[in-house]
Design a protein around this ligand. Structure first.
Ligand code: SF4
Length: 392
């Protein structure tokens, strides 16, 4: 990593009021009393890593994800940002995103978010249908999403994204169409569409197992994606990544691009991941373990004090990640010149057989400027492409 490479920072907030039925993220419901201690631990982790890694790189994105970051008081978010600014070189125009539950928006909170420097909001809309929101276990209504968006616009936070989930049990093509039309009517800068994945140990999995809910047929789910893809294209959105659309290229998520472009990032808080200087880190996943790790770190200062895994990356691992993640970027794909610039070797010398196989199977195409990218019709089976680069 060169000193000029921009850096991204991820801050994990592992608190939720209740757990949504489909969710297996690193988050905990009913532990809000631990927030003050957690915030202090987060600030210590930020300070310690900055101090010991001695990074001079400019920070061009900060992302508060969760969990539900919008449960955190303005004073606490401000003090985390202050700690970051005191310890890293944050660019004046850095993208600073906060994930928000629409039910948490009120005029004062939204104005204050803007005031402390948050300049992008990711809003968990998920559906416009009240019954679906109920089965998902979301604690907000469609009306609250509309109100949240009104407040964001009023306070000048026009750069917001909305998330929707498709392929959810009980969802119909009609209800999905209503959801995607509602989302577009909010005039967001960005939309993310997530295919439901039924995860082990979730309430949703239990209900399906008990026969109370039926999973949606994969073909219907694929039709939902196709419908949304066409509608978003006709509504002027650029489909720049498998699950992400932006109103224009400047409104693509700078933070998420950092991951897909395999650029360096640090993660703070429970379960947070980092990838810097050929090292990947994964933090401990429970709040108790995290608080304990940070208590120990006070006595014994360590780099990556809350990490449960610190994995050195071989060059081959980095080359595989580079290719897999860039295939996610639907417009730009994999640029062989870029690969050569990064690794000093031709893409074809490393992955000749994999690329030939994918071309032969008609899963990828070569563009007129010799980049490789997924074909439109293979976006939903992109895993078949990624798998080629896992098994090298
Ligand atoms: S709000 Fe998000 S993180 Fe929290 S339980 Fe629901 S899906 Fe999971």
């Amino acid at each position: 990593m060169s000193i000029n490479d921009p850096l991204s920072l991820y801050i994990h907030i592992p608190f939720c009021v209740t757990r949504c039925s489909y969710c297996d993220f690193t988050t905990f419901a009913g532990k809000l009393e631990l927030v003050p201690e957690y915030i202090e631990a987060l600030k210590l982790e930020i300070e310690m890593n900055s101090d010991l890694l001695c990074l001079q790189n400019p920070v061009h994105s900060i992302y508060f994800g969760g969990g539900t970051p919008s449960l955190i008081r303005i004073e606490d978010l401000e003090s985390i940002l202050h700690t970051i600014r005191s310890n890293f070189q944050v660019q004046a125009d850095a993208e600073i995103t906060l994930e928000m539950n629409p039910g948490d928006a009120n005029k004062n909170y939204v104005q204050e978010l803007h005031h402390i420097g948050i300049n992008r909001i990711s809003l968990g809309m998920q559906s416009s249908n009240p019954d679906e929101l109920e089965i998902m276990g979301r604690r907000h209504s469609l009306e609250q999403t509309f109100e949240a968006v009104r407040l964001l616009k009023e306070s000048g936070l026009e750069n917001f994204s909305v998330d929707l989930i498709y392929g959810f049990p009980t969802q119909t093509m009609q209800s999905w169409q209503n959801s995607i039309h509602s989302a577009i009517s909010l005039n967001p800068a960005h939309i993310s569409l997530y295919a439901l994945s039924i995860e082990e140990g979730t309430l949703l999995q239990k209900r399906i197992f008990e026969g109370k809910l039926q999973p949606i047929d994969e073909d219907i789910s694929a039709d939902m994606y196709d419908y949304a893809e066409e509608l978003l294209r006709n509504s002027g959105f650029i489909h720049y990544e498998i699950a992400n659309w932006a109103k224009d290229s400047k409104l693509q998520s700078r933070h998420n691009m950092q991951y897909w472009l395999t650029q360096p990032y640090l993660g703070f808080g429970t379960g947070a991941h980092g990838n810097i200087d050929h090292v990947r880190t994964v933090n401990v996943s429970t709040i108790d373990e995290y608080l304990e790790s940070m208590k120990l770190a006070q006595k014994n200062r360590l780099v990556f004090p809350a990490s449960r895994e610190i994995i050195s990356q071989t060059e081959m691992m980095e080359m595989q990640d580079f290719v897999m993640l860039r295939f996610r970027m639907l417009q730009t794909g994999v640029d062989p010149a870029n690969f050569k610039h990064r690794f000093g070797i031709e893409l074809d010398d490393v992955f000749h057989y994999e690329i030939e196989r994918l071309l032969h199977k008609n899963l990828i195409e070569v563009t007129s400027d010799r980049r490789l990218r997924l074909k439109n019709e293979t976006v939903l089976v992109a895993n078949q492409v990624f798998m080629e680069f896992v098994s090298v």
